[in-house]
Design a protein around this ligand. Sequence first.
Ligand code: RB5
Length: 141
Amino acid sequence: MKIAIGSDHGGVDMKDIVVVYLKELGHTVMDAGCFTKDSVDYPDFAEKVCTSVQEEECELGILVCGTGIGMSIAANRHRFIRAALCHEAYTARMSRQHNNANILCLGGRVLGIEIALDIVGTWVETPFEGGRHQRRIEMFS
Ligand code: RB5
């Protein structure tokens, strides 16, 4: 699967680890930055990742900031983007099965790395169930 990923300075350390993990799982990763701990503005990176998903360059996207909150708010302003801020694997799985979330948001200053990778692995491997959930998504698309 082709997956876009981006972060601000609050999420860059976690983002870099997630990139390595996704590649180990066999995915192709489009890393939109940032690449240093210099202060940047998270909406810029949300925009890059959301655009790549909207334009179907990538199937899914992952965004990491300090809390994940700013990224999730910014991402959900984009049409056809369904961004899920997750703190454990259960909501990550449900966000794919029921919400067809196409962006995963993580808090780099909130989550331990083992939990973050558990969330990421679960999220990328869980398919959308469709059916009644598709109808509900279409109600706000
Ligand atoms: C940056 O300091 C921080 O505000 C950002 O990473 C994020 O947590 C915003 O929601």
